[in-house]
Design a protein. Structure first.
Length: 159
């Protein structure tokens, strides 16, 4: 798990790549994900960058026109590099906001000889039926809303 967390944001020679759209603090940028409530991702830059690359969710096709990106609240155009959307020439303190459609889906799966119905909001399981009688799993009604619960935090990044 540590290695996934460590590699979820990578920096190399002026290029920052965000592989997973999860909340994360680094010495190059702070990443604020609003998923699963909203399809918004904010990247607050701490360093000048030649390129920012952000991996699109699996349900967004490369070059998808329904993805909108803004820099400091001004809409901008982007490039695509396979599954990654690309923003060029950024400065420290720029705020990049990415908005894309949020997928809602229900799947039927057999797990250990038991049939289940899973409900997803984005990549997050928000409901599982049957939930289980003793310890109900994935009963996340609070995540099935567009209201994003926000709170202020102080993040620490080890050098």
């Amino acid at each position: 798990m540590y290695y996934v967390w460590e590699q979820m944001v990578q920096y190399d020679k002026g290029e920052l790549t965000v592989h997973l759209m999860l909340n994360h603090a680094s010495r190059w940028a702070d990443i604020h994900s609003h998923r699963p409530h909203s399809s918004k991702l904010e990247v607050m830059l701490k360093k000048d960058l030649q390129r920012l690359r952000v991996r699109a969710p699996e349900w967004i096709g490369s070059g998808a026109s329904q993805v909108t990106v803004s820099k400091n609240e001004t809409p901008i155009s982007i490039d695509w590099d396979g599954r990654y959307l690309v923003v060029q020439q950024l400065q420290a303190s720029d705020r990049i906001t990415i908005i894309f459609p949020l997928q809602h889906k229900t799947m039927e799966r057999t797990i250990g000889r038991q049939d289940f119905t899973l409900t997803f909001r984005g990549n997050t399981v928000i409901d599982l039926q049957p939930a289980g009688s003793r310890i109900p799993l994935y009963q996340r009604k609070s995540m099935n809303t567009d209201a994003v619960p926000m709170r202020s935090v102080i993040r620490y990044v080890a050098e």
